[in-house]
Design a protein around this ligand. Structure first.
Ligand SMILES: [Mg+2]
Length: 265
């Protein structure tokens, strides 16, 4: 989706809103709904910007893009926020920002004391991301121990657990939401013209940023738990800023976008 009449960093002056979406089990999961979403996005150009925010590496996300016939977004946030790509180029300023208090080798060393952690393949590891599989009914307790251990060593990191299997240890300044905020600042986006969409634990960072949000109906327990705990006001009403969709995957996204931007439909 190249946009020749755009201003700095690709934002068109007519951009009305930006959609920031997770891929697996959010945009991807129901092929017909994904293609319907694609048609809408194309019809909405140049009013609507698109950012993918995924736990996958950039290479893996590009592979998914080809296999699922996804549009080229304006920006890619990959590796749970550890990388930002624009037109194929890594955003070096974001990488520099992540260096703060990040000591990858010491964090990696202390994870050796957690036999429950199964290293993910090399392609899922990067300078700013250490990833394991963790399948354990006591995951919450194990992760609390990990966080204590990191603090006790005088280190700092973000521990993100998704879908009861993916454990990512990231720089303290890193998650999908913080990467999105970096782009929002650059692009001049506001909380009211940004809509995030997700289904699992690594999307919580997106929802924490106080933009508008859509939780797809097929969301994982950890995101629904977070929403129950934080996404309600004092009288227990769901915040109007987060829509828990009746529909799954991309159909749920469209349902939420219609709620927040009815003029587009
Ligand atoms: Mg997902």
């Amino acid at each position: 989706m190249q946009d020749r009449s755009s201003n700095t960093m690709g934002v068109h002056t007519q951009t009305k809103c930006y959609i920031v979406t997770d891929l697996d089990n959010t945009l991807v999961g129901n092929a017909a709904a994904t293609q319907e979403f694609n048609r809408k996005i194309l019809a909405w150009q140049p009013q609507v910007g698109l950012i993918y925010a995924t736990g996958r590496s950039y290479q893996s996300a590009k592979h998914l893009q080809r296999s699922e016939d996804l549009l080229e977004p304006h920006y890619w946030i990959t590796g749970v926020g550890s990388e930002i790509y624009y037109q194929g180029d890594l955003d070096q300023s974001w990488s520099d920002h992540l260096m703060h208090q990040w000591d990858r080798s010491r964090i990696l060393a202390l994870t050796k004391d957690f036999p429950e952690f199964i290293p993910q393949p090399d392609r899922s590891q990067s300078d700013f991301k250490i990833s394991f599989f963790l399948y354990d009914n006591n995951a919450t307790e194990i992760l609390a121990r990990l966080r204590d251990r990191i603090r006790a060593e005088g280190l700092d990191a973000h521990v993100v657990y998704s879908s009861r299997e993916d454990l990512d240890i990231l720089p303290v300044r890193c998650d999908k939401g913080l990467a999105m905020r970096h782009l929002m600042t650059r692009l001049g986006l506001t909380n009211d013209n940004t809509i995030v969409c997700g289904d699992s634990g690594n999307d919580i960072g997106l929802f924490k940023q106080n933009t508008l949000g859509v939780i797809v109906n097929n969301a994982q327990a950890e995101l629904l738990d977070w929403h129950r705990e934080h996404g309600q006001d004092s009288s227990g009403n769901s915040h109007q800023r987060i829509h828990y969709a009746n529909a799954e995957c991309a159909a749920g996204m469209l349902e939420g976008i219609q709620k927040f931007q009815p003029d587009l439909f």
